[in-house]
Design a protein around this ligand. Sequence first.
Ligand SMILES: NC(=O)C1=CN([C@@H]2O[C@H](COP(=O)(O)OP(=O)(O)OC[C@H]3O[C@@H](n4cnc5c(N)ncnc54)[C@H](OP(=O)(O)O)[C@@H]3O)[C@@H](O)[C@H]2O)C=CC1
Ligand SMILES: O=C(O)[C@@H]1CCC=N1
Length: 273
Amino acid sequence: MIEQYKKIAILGGGNMGIALAKGMVASGKYRAEDITLTRRNTKLLDAMVEQGYRASNNNALAVADADIVVLSILPQQLDSVLDNISESIDPSRHLFISIVTGVAVTDIITRLGKVVEVVRAMPNTAIAIRESMTCITSKNASPENIKLVKEIFSAVGETVEIEEELMSSATALVACGIAFFLRSIRAAAQGGTEIGFHAGDALRMAAQTAKGAASLLLHFGSHPENEIDKVTSPKGCTIAGLNEMEHNGFSSAMIKGIKTSASKAEKLYTDEK
Ligand SMILES: NC(=O)C1=CN([C@@H]2O[C@H](COP(=O)(O)OP(=O)(O)OC[C@H]3O[C@@H](n4cnc5c(N)ncnc54)[C@H](OP(=O)(O)O)[C@@H]3O)[C@@H](O)[C@H]2O)C=CC1
Ligand SMILES: O=C(O)[C@@H]1CCC=N1
């Protein structure tokens, strides 16, 4: 079988399941007909079926037909799904990829009662446009399977391999982080409207400016303060605005928010038990 045409079952065809499937197919390395998305309300997958994906409400059947099983349900939905598919798992064939927040590799193996290879991945919603930052870790997968998972997520953005102990931190920084940066873009656009731009124009201007700022860091590999120094003219308007933001706790709010999200991510699954 050609490596990239492995059969994939994405259990949990919600926001991330759909975004991952679309990103994989957009990369040109995967085919819609090899990807089965499951959810209980399959009506909500009709649009995906029209695009050639397969949809099912039967997790066990989807798993039986797959080589790679992606867990993309909520932490509180995980145990019942694992119980439901356990019988259909063949540890010598199935590779598990879990994007479920706060669930360790050992949690999955213990619940399944089978020692399957599990790679955890923490992507973000930009996966839909192949701009994700995905953190990957595994305690028990073979180097070949970790490489395979890296290739999947490299097709839909950037990847970094981390220790499993840092997965909740990664969740806060890269997965929740999308919302944090979006909120700051919204705030900039709201400021833009207050100083004279129509809302739509202000949002477009703020979003492109945010993209430019991120691109500067990625392009030059520089530190934010180096780039900030190039903007802040002495006695100028940038430093006046920046200092006003800092007096109001801008950096502190972001840091505290990220720490709170990381603590919450760590407990999402265990708090359900
Ligand atoms: N959203 C994000 O930005 C990110 C989320 N994550 C993690 O990814 C996972 C999915 O998140 P997200 O996509 O946002 O969540 P969603 O709620 O959008 O998706 C979960 C999906 O699971 C389906 N589902 C629920 N129960 C079952 C079941 N028994 N069998 C099959 N499907 C089922 C639901 O559909 P139905 O009700 O019809 O069954 C729903 O479509 C979570 O664990 C989250 O922590 C990770 C990184 C980023
Ligand atoms: O909010 C959440 O719990 C999920 C996990 C990371 C992003 N969304």
